[in-house]
Write a protein that binds this ligand. Structure first.
Ligand SMILES: C[C@H](CCC[C@H](C)C(=O)SCCNC(=O)CCNC(=O)[C@H](O)C(C)(C)COP(=O)(O)OP(=O)(O)OC[C@H]1O[C@@H](n2cnc3c(N)ncnc32)[C@H](O)[C@@H]1OP(=O)(O)O)[C@H]1CC[C@H]2[C@@H]3[C@H](O)C[C@@H]4C[C@H](O)CC[C@]4(C)[C@H]3C[C@H](O)[C@]12C
Length: 382
C-alpha cells in the first residue's frame, strides 16, 4: 500500500484526528494511537487498523517514552489546543531536534496563532468562523450545520492528511520534516473556495436558501415520495432538465422557464405534487438509466445493497459485522486494504509497541507497576 512503512504516532483526540489517523492506516501506515491511562473505553470509532498504547503523559517517564516513540517515527499527529504539547515538553522544537525528519501535524480548530488559538470549540464554531455556515440553511430559516462533516472531517482530517502526505513527499527531496498547522476554520474555508470564487458570477447573490445550489432551485433539491422516502434532483443543465420533466410527465410548454428565479417556488410545488404520486422505488425505475440526474436518497441501511454500491464494493463489513465505507480513492496498483479486525482496546498493544521500539521487558514491567503505562491484555474467551 502507498503508505507502507510510514510510522505514525496519533495522540488520542476527538473526531478529526482519529479520522486522519484512520485514513493513514487504511493506506498502509502503521498508526499507533496514544491513549490516556485509566480510561475504561476508547471513544475513537475511527480506529480501523490502529494499535493502542496507554501512556500517562502527566509523568516524566511517560513523556520520555513518547519522545522515544517519536524519534523512530515519521509522523506525530496531535489534536490538542495550542500549547498543550509544549506544556508537556513535547513541542515541535524539542521533537524535531531529536528527529529532524519528523512530520509534526497539529490539527486544531483555530490554528497555532490568533486570539482564538487557545479557545475550545467544535465543528459548528469552526464553520461559523469560516463564513460557510452563513451560507447553509433553508430560505427564511437560521443557518444549519450539516452534521460535523465540514470542519471536522473535510476541513480538518482531510486537509491534515493531505498536508502529511505533502510533507512526506517533500521529505523525499529535502530529507527534512516540518510542522503542519492544520486549522479547521481555514481548512473548511479553503474547501469552500468554489463558493467564494463563484460569487463573482452571481451564484450566491440571493439570500441564504434562494440560490441554485443551496436549496433555492427546484431542479436542485429533494422531494418526498408517496412512501415517505425521498428523491434527489440535480438536473442543472438544460438537456438534463428536459429529461427530468420527461420523467415527471411534464411538458416544458406548460411551465415557466427553468431559470426564472421568481417562478422557482411555483415550479417546486409542481415537482412536489409529481413526486408525491409514486414510491421511491417507482421513481428510481423511471429515472435509472437516464441523464435526468435523479437518484434515491438512500438510508444507511440501503446504501450497501444498492446495485451500484454493491458492484463496486463501496462498503465493507468488519469481523464484528460492523459495516462502514471503504477507503477512498481507489488506487489502481496500490489500493488501500482496510483492516477488518475489531478496533483496538485501550492499551491492547502497549507492550508489543514498546518492545518494537526497543524498550526492555523489565523496563516495561516497571512502567506498568508505576502506572506510567497500561496493558490491556485481551479478555480470554471461556
Ligand atoms: C463525539 C463528540 C465529538 C464530536 C465531534 C465534535 C463535533 C467536534 O467538533 S470534535 C473537534 C474538537 N476540536 C478540536 O479537536 C480542536 C483541537 N482541540 C481542542 O481545541 C481541545 O482539545 C478540545 C476543545 C477539543 C478539548 O479541550 P480539552 O480542554 O478537553 O483538552 P486540551 O485543552 O486539548 O488538553 C488535553 C489535555 O489532556 C492531556 N492529555 C492528553 N493526552 C494525555 C495522556 N495520554 N495522558 C495524560 N494526559 C493527557 C493534556 O496534557 C491536556 O491536559 P491539560 O489540560 O492539563 O493541559 C464528543 C464531544 C464531547 C464528548 C462527550 C464528553 O467528553 C463527556 C463524556 C466523556 C466520557 O468519558 C465519555 C462520554 C461523553 C458523553 C463524551 C462522548 C463523546 O466523545 C462526545 C460527545
Amino acid at each position: 500500500m502507498a503508505l507502507a512503512g510510514i510510522r505514525v504516532i496519533e495522540l488520542a483526540g476527538l473526531a478529526p484526528a482519529p479520522f486522519c489517523g484512520m485514513m493513514l492506516a487504511d493506506f498502509g501506515a502503521s498508526v499507533i494511537r496514544v491513549d490516556r491511562t485509566k480510561v475504561a473505553m476508547s471513544l475513537d470509532n475511527q480506529a480501523r487498523g490502529k494499535r493502542s498504547v496507554a501512556l500517562n503523559l502527566k509523568t516524566p517517564e511517560g513523556v520520555a517514552i513518547l519522545r522515544k516513540l517519536c524519534v523512530r517515527s515519521d509522523v506525530v499527529l496531535e489534536p490538542y489546543r495550542k500549547g498543550v504539547m509544549e506544556k508537556l515538553g513535547l513541542g515541535p522544537e524539542k521533537l524535531l531536534k531529536e528527529n529532524p525528519r519528523l512530520i509534526y501535524a497539529r490539527l486544531t480548530g483555530y490554528g497555532q496563532s490568533g486570539p482564538y488559538a487557545t479557545a475550545a470549540g467544535h465543528d459548528i464554531n469552526y464553520i461559523a468562523m469560516s463564513g460557510l455556515l452563513s451560507r447553509l440553511g433553508r430560505h427564511k430559516d437560521k443557518p444549519y450545520a450539516p452534521l460535523n462533516l465540514v470542519a471536522d472531517f473535510a476541513g480538518g482530517s482531510l486537509t491534515c492528511a493531505f498536508g502529511i502526505v505533502l510533507a512526506l513527499l517533500e521529505r523525499t527531496r529535502s530529507g527534512q520534516g516540518q510542522i503542519i498547522d492544520a486549522s479547521m476554520v481555514e481548512g473548511a474555508a479553503y474547501m469552500g473556495s468554489f463558493v467564494w470564487k463563484s460569487r463573482a458570477i452571481g451564484m450566491w447573490e440571493r439570500g441564504r436558501g434562494q440560490n441554485m445550489l443551496d436549496g433555492g432551485a427546484p431542479f436542485y433539491d429533494t422531494y418526498q415520495t408517496a412512501d415517505g422516502k425521498h428523491m434527489a434532483v440535480g438536473a442543472i443543465e438544460p438537456q438534463f432538465y428536459q429529461q427530468l420533466l420527461r420523467g415527471l410527465g411534464l411538458d416544458t410548454a406548460d411551465l415557466p422557464p427553468q431559470m426564472s428565479f421568481d417562478h422557482w417556488p411555483e415550479l417546486k410545488r409542481v415537482f412536489e405534487g409529481c413526486f408525491a404520486t409514486k414510491t421511491q422505488a417507482e421513481w428510481t425505475d423511471i429515472f435509472d438509466g437516464t441523464d435526468a440526474c435523479v437518484t434515491p436518497v438512500l438510508s444507511f441501511d440501503q446504501v450497501s445493497s444498492h446495485p451500484h454500491n454493491k458492484e463496486r464494493g463501496s462498503f465493507v463489513t468488519d469481523c464484528g459485522e460492523d459495516e462502514s465505507p471503504r477507503p477512498a480513492p481507489v488506487l489502481s496498483r496500490t489500493p488501500a486494504d482496510p483492516c477488518l479486525a475489531l478496533d483496538p482496546r485501550i492499551g491492547q498493544h502497549t507492550c508489543e509497541v514498546l518492545e518494537e521500539y526497543g524498550f526492555k521487558s523489565e523496563d516495561i514491567d516497571n512502567f506498568v507497576a508505576a502506572g506510567v503505562i497500561e496493558r490491556n491484555v485481551p479478555v480470554a474467551k471461556l
